[in-house]
Design a protein around this ligand. Structure first.
Ligand code: ADP
Length: 398
């Protein structure tokens, strides 16, 4: 089966045509600068092929049309016609409380997605535009599935997802913790159980998704019981440019002092904060490591704050689950930054963790703790596209 996976952002669209059974990626790429001018980067992994095209993309509809054109064209295509694409899986950021799992897209689902726009005003409109553009170009006969970032976290108990504010804001306005990166946490936790050859129901797992955006999830019996992002993806750990947890009083203080509007304040907290804000150097951990090595104290402070926060949240989730069997590191920082993994592990020796330094220096999917470590620590490269393709296949095959 050939599934097209689409991840539509406000001015970009990532795509991947793949077989979910063999995890073969036939082609993948990225449309950028949608609404500005338009550029498409198309790759065919099996042929080591990569080419960039300047293609006018006033809207997502032209972007999808360009993707289909490249997938089917003579020189750089991987299928002979669109009819070879069996289904499309769309990443959707917010499913609210309506969706605890992936779902086939129909008119009712589209309406429910639109109802979720106020919960994710930056992300959901782009996802919906992507779905509509796909329907416009591919027609109604190609089945489509929505896979939600929030769905995996819907198993959290109320004590974990409720905020301590007047209850009416939950009842009337659905103000609560939702959590994000659910597709990644779901994939790496299932993969860890598979690699350890243990039923996921027997494991207490803490999964640390550490990328540009970072979140941690506590997973017991294969179900998420807590996660560090909240109503929005702004909270929890300090991230590349997002502030993470912050006393709300700081907003009032800075807004009054500098006359910021709420939009200006949130722009600072979303785009100018995190390790970028603290270091003044970069949001990229590679740049921070380099600067810290050259003696930049604020870059070192940003790295220290990040590791400290990860360790604090891991400790709190070990408490939430009354134990932990497996700690997973994933995403750009989790998969690549061995130094940050080692720093985090140093805080966790009270749990009986022992890092194997030689293993930690290696790359790829593997165990990084010693055989006698009480907690198994693992690096598992995440694969959200594979989950989207697998869910899409399962749902359209029903
Ligand atoms: P996104 O949240 O955009 O999907 P990724 O999961 O791709 O992000 O993570 C991107 C981040 O991973 C980069 O900003 C960088 O900080 C970090 N990163 C990538 N490679 C390395 C590396 N070799 N060493 C340290 N950090 C890295």
């Amino acid at each position: 089966m050939k599934i097209l996976v689409i991840n539509a952002g406000s001015s970009s669209l990532k795509y991947q045509l793949m077989d979910p059974d063999t995890n073969t990626v036939f082609a993948k790429g990225l449309c950028e600068r949608i609404g500005i001018d338009g550029r498409l980067t198309h790759k065919i992994p099996a042929k080591d092929f990569k080419q960039e095209f300047d293609i006018p993309m006033p809207t997502h509809a032209e972007a999808i049309a360009a993707v289909i054109d490249k997938l089917t064209c003579k020189e750089c295509g991987v299928v002979s016609s669109m009819s070879e694409i069996d289904a499309v899986g769309h990443r959707v950021v917010h499913g609210g409380e309506a969706f605890a799992s992936s779902v086939r897209i129909n008119d009712d689902v589209m309406k429910a997605l639109e109802d979720c726009i106020p919960l994710a005003p930056l992300h959901n409109p782009a996802n919906i535009t992507g779905i509509k553009a796909c329907k416009g170009v591919m027609g109604d006969n190609v089945p489509m599935v929505a896979v939600f970032d929030t769905a995996f976290h819907q198993t959290m108990p109320a004590k974990a997802y409720m905020y301590a504010v007047p209850y009416e804001y939950y009842e009337k306005d659905k103000v609560r913790r939702y959590g994000f990166h659910g597709t990644s946490h779901r994939y790496v936790s299932a993969r860890a159980a598979e690699l350890l050859n243990k039923p996921i129901e027997d494991l207490k797992i803490i999964s640390c998704h550490m990328g540009n955006g970072s979140s941690i999830a506590a997973i017991k019996d294969g179900k998420c019981v807590d996660t560090s992002m909240g109503f929005t993806p702004l909270v929890g750990l300090p991230m590349g440019t997002r502030c993470g947890d912050l006393d709300n009083g700081v907003l009032q203080y800075l807004m009054n002092k500098y006359g910021y509007s709420i939009d200006e304040m949130l722009n600072i907290l979303n785009k100018k904060s995190g390790v970028l804000g603290v270091s003044g150097v970069s949001s990229d951990f590679r740049d921070l490591e380099e600067a810290a090595e050259k003696g930049n104290d604020r870059a070192q402070l940003a790295l220290d704050m990040f590791s400290y926060w990860v360790a604090k949240v891991v400790g709190s989730y070990a408490a939430a689950m009354n134990g932990v069997d497996v700690i997973i590191f994933t995403a750009g920082v989790g998969e690549n930054a061995a130094g940050t993994r080692a720093d985090i592990a140093k805080y966790l020796t009270y749990l009986g963790t022992k890092m194997d330094d030689a293993e930690n220096a290696k790359r790829g999917e593997h165990v990084v703790s010693t055989p006698d470590s009480k907690v198994t620590m693992m690096v598992i490269p995440t694969d959200e596209e594979l989950v989207i393709a697998q869910d899409t296949k399962a749902i359209v095959s029903k």
